[in-house]
Design a protein around this ligand. Structure first.
Ligand code: IVH
Length: 706
């Protein structure tokens, strides 16, 4: 390739020809890269072509082409999509499978709202589309942004791609100033089949199911590829709004339809569980002939004022429920049982199966849960599967429901080979040889190797970089395994010292298979990006047993800073005293979770490892959203006695929305006790401690809601 210097010697005709050539080569490289085919040129060559193109354009600005590579959407492949923070988080739905759970859903809502059993309460019922959700932002009726759900808080900016979907209007007539429309992008069965045919005809990647095809097609850096893919969109919800769409869910959906969106024709109103279940049955009956995948029915409280009162749990609305279709089944041969060691040392048996299609997806691995499950009993020693054990060589039934990991559900004894032997569960860790012990009351056998067990270390690292934790782009499970095997990273802190330890480390990394100069540089940048991390993510990333994403959020909001959490945890080391009481007083934190948190964080090795990690990080304190000016932000409130204007659950949710912490017990840290009639020991304790006690009216006045 000529050096940039000889650009000075180019004449206009040569420059024009070369720009045309570069535009074509870079466009082809983009298609090859993003179209999931094998990239045809290296990252470095790609960058050189781009630099050459830019240099020629700089010398001959009037020759810049309308399809100039410098202006291309997603021009630099490795940059990926820009991030979008959702104005209103995109939540998921709680799931149910059984009819009783629908009745329980209705009862729960009535209890929360204090509605009598015979008070009318309407719900919508509509198909749950099996695609991926998308949020479309319209300002003054013009589509300005489209974003995927991502982790619910931050998604990917796929605006250019969304504009290629025919069901998504560019402009709306008579819409609110600001309107975020949410719904599902999906692919129909015939379009999916045709796409796979086209893909395999040209040696490209085929997709396992329509949902994967839809996701793969929407998340193309080159929107021209998306344009070629037959995507569709159903609108079923909304995010930020300047004016309400309607007073009911059904009214809002009708309004979206009037604005030009496709809405699902099977959306119907029902007056309670019996009718909801009838709609469910009707939708299930049509499932096979709809022409697109659905995986259940979604019920939503119809009255939007009630939806507002019901509000949200940490990741799901209280006013909606997904009623999933039953799982799908298939029979196949169990070829082997492998043991995987998890990040907390749990030994998990995995069934290796002769591949079989279950509900359209090829399954070759399934979970066997634990040693009791294989032996044919539950954790209490009761028989399951009529006591039939599972052996290598058996003919087994595999079960798969939605996204969950497939499991081995049953075994056909009539097909058992004569020489099949009962499975002997290992009592030593297959990875490090340490004893694997099962504690009283625990269904799981665990490796006692702790940090010396390489499997535990790797799983911890994988969890650390996972999406809800540090979410480091370019550092996924595969790379973690590679780096760990090479001895480059043994614990989380090592990730952040990689760049320094490597010195000119990009050189080392770029010589590894799968790495180029650009991807190596990108990785170090992606790691640097995460040196500043929100407290909740840090807590979750530590991978403490029982401390999941929503518990991490609760802990972060309660303690605010890492230092405060650490102090509290060491004060609570004995699992007694005020710090311990305060910890288990956090609504949503039970004694088991608190015990695990306290014992893990008080281990010397763990503390030292976290201290090494913190040297590289700036931890962002946790803040509650939108509580500016709230008179109770940061205050700790306890509710006791009977409330008359709202239920206890509702009062608690309202206080939390205003930034207060709601605790179940009175302590020296309590700021307000809100006591209704019938308050007992808590009122007495508050009086002893000199804590301000308010009645319900005074509380509502304080929060400006009288
Ligand atoms: S409502 C606040 N309605 O299911 C709740 N979701 O499992 C907003 N989904 O992330 C969601 N069909 O991607 C709703 N008719 C429907 C749906 C639906 C599919 C998806 C959506 C959501 C996921 C939750």
């Amino acid at each position: 390739m000529p050096t940039p210097k000889d650009i000075d010697t180019l004449d206009e005709a040569a420059a024009r020809a070369e720009l045309a050539d570069l535009a074509r080569r870079l466009a082809e490289a983009n298609v090859a890269y993003h179209g999931d085919d094998a990239p045809e040129i290296s990252d470095a060559d790609y960058d050189r072509l781009k630099a050459r193109n830019a240099a020629i354009e700089a010398r001959f600005p009037h020759l810049k082409r309308s399809d100039s590579p410098t202006e291309m959407v997603g021009a630099a492949p490795a940059e990926g999509f820009s991030k979008v923070t959702h104005a209103v988080p995109m939540l998921s739905l709680s799931n149910a499978f059984a009819a009783e759970e629908i009745e329980e859903f209705d009862r729960r809502i009535r209890r929360y709202l204090n509605l009598a059993d015979d008070a009318s309460l309407a719900y919508t019922a509509e198909p749950k589309i099996d695609g991926l959700s998308l949020s479309l932002r319209y300002e003054k009726g013009v589509l300005v942004q489209a974003a995927t759900r991502g982790d619910g808080t931050t998604g990917e900016n796929v605006t250019a791609n969304a504009r290629t979907i025919a069901d998504i209007p560019e402009r709306l007539d008579g819409a609110p100033e600001l309107l975020e429309v949410r719904g599902e992008v999906y692919m129909s069965h015939p379009d999916f089949a045709a796409l796979n045919e086209r893909q395999s005809a040209r040696g490209g990647k085929t997709f396992a199911n329509p949902r994967n095809a839809a996701a793969g097609s929407l998340r193309q850096l080159d929107a021209e590829i998306t344009r070629d893919r037959p995507l569709r969109f159903f609108a079923y919800a909304w995010g930020a709004l300047s004016d309400p769409l309607a007073e009911t869910q059904k009214g809002a959906i009708d309004r979206l339809e009037a604005l030009g969106f496709a809405t699902n024709p099977l959306t119907a109103l029902s007056d309670g569980p019996a009718e909801m279940l009838r709609h469910y049955a009707a939708i299930e009956e049509q499932r096979a002939t709809l022409g697109y995948d659905i995986d259940g029915v979604v019920y939503k409280v119809d009255d939007l004022a009630l939806q507002r009162r019901l509000g949200f749990r940490s990741t799901t609305p209280r006013w909606a429920l997904a009623h999933k279709f039953p799982a799908e089944l298939a029979w196949t041969r169990l070829e082997a049982i492998d043991i995987q060691v998890g990040r907390t040392g749990a030994l998990s048996p995995v069934a290796r199966l002769t591949p079989v299609t279950v509900g359209g997806v090829v399954v070759s691995n399934a979970t066997l849960h634990n040693e009791d499950y294989i032996a044919g009993r539950d954790s209490k020693g009761q028989q399951i599967r009529d006591g039939k054990d599972i052996r290598v060589g058996d003919w087994v039934q595999v079960y798969r429901a939605g996204d969950v990991i497939p499991k081995v559900a049953d075994v056909d004894l009539s097909k058992r080979p004569d020489d099949a032997q009962p499975y002997a569960f290992p009592t030593e860790c297959p990875e490090c040889g340490s004893d694997a012990v099962r504690e009283e009351g625990d269904a799981v056998r665990r490796c006692t190797g702790g940090l010396i067990c390489p499997a535990q270390a790797v799983e911890k690292l994988k969890h650390f970089v996972s999406r809800a934790a540090f979410d480091i782009e370019g550092l996924g499970a595969k790379q973690v395994e590679q780096f760990h095997a090479d001895g480059w990273i043994a614990e989380p802190a090592d990730i952040f010292s990689l760049r320094d330890r490597f010195g000119s480390g990009i050189q080392q990394l770029k010589n590894r298979e799968g790495w180029g100069e650009k991807s190596a540089a990108n990785l170090f940048d992606a790691i640097d990006d995460k040196r500043q991390i929100p407290l909740a993510r840090l807590i979750f990333a530590l991978g403490i047993r029982h401390v999941g994403e929503s518990a991490s959020n609760l802990l972060a909001l309660h303690y605010g800073t890492w230092e405060a959490l650490e102090t509290a945890v060491s004060e609570a080391a004995e699992q007694s005293g005020p710090a311990w009481e305060d910890l288990i007083g956090i609504d949503g934190v039970g004694a088991v979770m608190a015990g695990s948190l306290v014992s893990t964080l008080n281990q010397d090795a763990e503390r030292a490892s976290i201290a090494r990690l913190l040297e590289h990080l700036e931890v962002e304190p946790a803040q509650r959203a939108d509580t500016d000016g709230s008179p109770v932000a940061g205050k700790t409130v306890v509710f006791t006695g009977t409330l008359e204007r709202m239920t206890r659950a509702e009062a608690k949710a309202m206080a939390e929305r205003l930034g207060a912490k709601v605790s179940g017990s009175v302590s020296a840290r309590t700021d307000y006790l809100v006591a209704g009639p019938g308050a007992g020991s808590k009122a007495k304790k508050a009086a002893e401690l000199g804590i301000e006690t308010l009645d319900e009216e005074a509380w509502l006045t304080l929060i400006g809601n009288a």
